[in-house]
Design a protein around this ligand. Structure first.
Ligand SMILES: Cc1cc2nc3c(=O)[nH]c(=O)nc-3n(C[C@H](O)[C@H](O)[C@H](O)COP(=O)(O)OP(=O)(O)OC[C@H]3O[C@@H](n4cnc5c(N)ncnc54)[C@H](O)[C@@H]3O)c2cc1C
Length: 418
């Protein structure tokens, strides 16, 4: 991979041309670049933040839980061994509701797996992806460079303008520029949005004992709370609170915040010895109801942003990445132009069902646990007990949590060059 860090001047009057320009080098954009790297195409991977800054890790780095489906995709991209080495396996998930009798456990061994997924810090995963891209001479990273706009020059050529870089053209632009996607907004693509009136507190914690690779999901009257295993005694917390309690919760000293967590979680997890910096995120469901037009397609959070309740957001985005890569790989094999409009139509047709199903599952889970109608609590608990006891119930729930693993396996086969 070539790095372009400073403003370059085009050697002729024409701006430099790339077959594919990926705007946004976050998890979605960097994974997309890696999936496309084996193709005989020139690829620009553009980000407003320098590569160095993106991969800087510290105690407070945010993490993602990669579902089994994502592991299959990263296996095909040959980075799974590094993820397994740097990340932490989830072997069990314990789901419960505060003050209620029902709970369910999902155990990897019962499903014949060594792990349900892996938790890894985002800067670490970005580092692994950039290491893997280092040997791809056809991928040029352009950073820091902020894209200001996109315009169609011809049906087969898009031009990107920057605030701090010379323009460039591309046959296909992939907008992986995050939930506020400046490109999606400039193009005026409509979105469906649900404000959950909740914020997530994210923080890393150290326990007094090893976490034994168990992840906890606890539904409390405040909102759902998740603790994910991270290195030996460290866990990463995602704790949801209603927005009206945000200022109060932010103001709590660490000791009182930990006491609040203890009250929410009980003593199952162990004692908390340290908590890092608390970062907050407003929670909303966003889905772009238009995700492409000729020559441009949105990916990752630019296409959909989910409540973190079921750790589905990036896992869904990575299945989109694998599917788009598969469509483009097949097009290259058939010597079809990658700017061909039918390719994005085909991609969208292939992805709609999984996107709708996953969004419905995660939104349904939020709604179910936010509802306080009489009887619903009881039904939820019976449901959780049922999930634990019925032979069919748990694999169904686990399959969603694991992120449509069978479908991902087919996608992974499509992008594997073996
Ligand atoms: C609290 C929380 C917990 C989560 N936990 C999980 C989990 O466990 N599992 C899971 O699957 N998902 C999880 N998610 C979701 C996951 O974090 C996101 O889906 C994922 O990080 C999005 O990656 P992305 O590459 O699409 O977007 P981003 O990470 O936002 O990347 C967008 C990139 O585009 C760049 N950019 C933006 N504008 C421009 C521009 N104009 N020019 C150039 N570059 C630009 C930015 O600098 C950035 O690097 C969680 C989310 C939250 C909030």
């Amino acid at each position: 991979m070539t790095d372009i860090q400073q403003t370059t001047k085009a050697s002729s009057d024409l701006p430099p041309h790339y077959d594919i320009a990926i705007v946004g080098g976050g998890l979605a954009g960097a994974s997309m670049a890696l999936a496309l790297a084996p193709l005989p195409l020139s690829i620009a991977l553009i980000d407003s933040v320098s590569a160095m800054e993106q991969v800087q890790a510290n105690y407070d780095a945010r993490s993602v839980a990669l579902a089994h489906s994502s592991c299959q995709i990263y296996q095909a991209l040959k980075v799974l061994p590094a993820i397994q080495q740097q990340g932490e396996a989830i072997t069990k998930v314990h789901v419960s509701e505060q003050g209620q009798f029902g709970f369910t456990r999902i155990d990897a061994s019962e499903l014949g797996l060594s792990a349900l997924g892996y938790v890894i810090e985002i800067p670490q995963l970005l580092f692994i992806l950039s290491q893997a891209l280092a040997s791809a001479s056809n991928v040029t990273r352009i950073a820091p460079a902020t894209v200001a706009s996109v315009a169609q020059v011809t049906p087969h050529q898009q031009q990107l303008q920057f605030t701090d870089h010379t323009p460039l053209t591309a046959s296909l632009v992939i907008a992986a520029d995050g939930v506020h996607s400046p490109l999606r907004q400039q193009l005026g693509w409509p979105v469906k949005q649900v404000d959950y009136h909740q914020h997530a507190f994210v923080a890393n914690l150290t326990l007094n004992r090893p976490h034994n690779n168990v992840a906890y999901e606890r539904f409390t009257p405040q909102g759902p709370l998740a603790l994910l295993p991270l290195h030996e005694k460290m866990m990463t917390l995602v704790c949801t609170v209603p927005t009206e309690q945000l200022a109060f919760m932010r103001g709590l000293p660490d000791k009182e915040f930990l006491a609040f967590l203890r009250q929410q979680l009980g003593y199952r997890v162990g004692r908390f010895e340290k908590i890092g910096q608390r970062t907050t995120f407003p929670l909303q469901l966003l889905q772009a109801t238009q995700q492409y037009q000729p020559g441009i397609v949105a990916l990752g959070n630019a296409a959909h942003n989910l409540h973190p309740i079921a750790a589905q957001g990036f896992n869904l985005g990575l299945r989109d990445v694998a599917c788009l890569a598969q469509v483009l790989i097949t097009a290259c094999q058939k010597q079809q132009a990658i700017s061909d409009e039918t390719l994005l139509q085909e991609y969208w047709q292939l992805r709609q069902k999984d996107q709708q199903k996953t969004i419905r599952f995660s939104h349904g889970l939020v709604s179910l646990f936010m509802t306080e109608f009489p009887g619903i609590r009881f039904a939820r608990n019976v449901g959780m007990l049922g999930l634990d006891m019925l032979p069919m119930g748990k694999p169904w729930f686990a399959r969603y949590g694991m992120g449509s693993a069978g479908y991902a396996q087919r996608l992974a086969r499509g992008i594997s060059d073996e």
